[in-house]
Ligand binder design. Structure first.
Ligand code: ADP
Ligand code: MG
Length: 211
């Protein structure tokens, strides 16, 4: 008989599989103006998340996943993504999670990484994907309690935000030192966060019950 898994275990397995598939692409994007380690960092981080204790309630499991990510991933993105995940876990209720709960969690996560990294929309970072995603998720959560529906509704904004980084020059992190070299290329962190958001959307859509 198959081992019983929790939603968060299935979710982080899916994210890990996707990130492993795009590791080289992320590395290439990061080598345009950065140091090329973004793919490896994301793989390390999500591998650690997967090995964390994800067996409990959704909120606690997400918190543990974020903590493990932050400890393992390294680089500027490691601390930021780890913090983002952890804050979502911190603000979710233990059960009966609704879209407004997730909206609150996403906003708390975004606020925390904006404070930590001091990046704004337009600086060519992961914030350019996450911020419009969170804005649209919040709007959607006003009209539906369904976590998955709101997530799917917000994905196009994440994609548009990610694409918008192509026409930007880096203002934050390592890539900012090489100024215009990144122009014409998508920011690696914006790209990875879009892949993660899309994968979470797919995982939520596959669940028969709301986690
Ligand atoms: P490092 O820059 O330390 O090598 P990574 O290569 O793993 O770390 O991650 C680079 C990504 O991190 C960038 O593409 C960008 O999206 C994101 N990033 C860097 N600095 C910041 C910041 N201050 N705020 C938000 N995101 C940032
Ligand atoms: Mg890097």
């Amino acid at each position: 008989m198959a081992e019983t898994t929790t939603f968060v275990q299935r979710l982080f397995q899916k994210i890990y599989d996707v990130i492993l598939n795009v590791e080289d692409e992320l590395a290439q994007l990061d080598s345009v103006a950065g140091d090329g380690d973004h793919g490896a960092g994301m793989v390390r981080g999500f591998n650690a998340s997967l090995e964390a204790d994800l067996s409990g309630d959704t909120a606690t499991a997400i918190k543990n996943a974020g903590k493990a990510f932050a400890n393992a991933a390294g680089g500027s993105s490691g601390a930021l993504v780890g913090m983002f995940i952890m804050q979502i876990g911190n603000s979710l209720p233990e059960e009966n999670i609704t879209a407004p709960d997730v909206a609150k969690g996403l906003r708390a996560g975004l606020n925390a990484i904006c404070k930590l990294g001091k990046a704004k929309v337009g600086d060519k970072t992961m914030i350019d994907t996450l911020s419009p995603f969170v804005d649209t998720y919040e709007e959607a959560a006003k009209t539906t309690a369904d976590v998955s529906k709101a997530w799917i509704a917000a994905l196009p904004s994440a994609e548009k935000g990610m694409e918008s980084t192509r026409d930007m020059t880096s203002k934050r992190g390592r890539a900012s030192k090489l100024g215009d070299r990144s122009l014409g290329h998508i920011d690696p962190g914006a790209r990875s966060m879009y892949y993660v958001a899309r994968t979470v959307g797919e995982a939520l859509a596959n669940e028969t019950e709301t986690p």
